[in-house]
Design a protein around this ligand. Structure first.
Ligand SMILES: [Zn+2]
Length: 57
């Protein structure tokens, strides 16, 4: 049970809705997902580059 569910049990849906607003864990911008699309693309590009680096060695 997460914080949101605990608040819902207390019939405090308004506070719960505020808690539902997520921020990108990378850039900190308000975002519905854990990581925004811009950062997701960046991470994916870096991962691909890293993989290429390993394969080269
Ligand atoms: Zn981001």
């Amino acid at each position: 049970m997460d914080q949101c569910d605990l608040q819902r049990d207390k019939k405090n849906d308004a506070a719960c809705d505020i808690k539902k607003e997520h921020h990108c864990s990378v850039c900190g911008k308000l975002n519905p997902a854990t990581i925004c699309h811009a950062c997701e693309d960046k991470i994916r590009a870096e991962a691909t580059e890293h993989k290429r680096d390993i394969e080269r060695k």
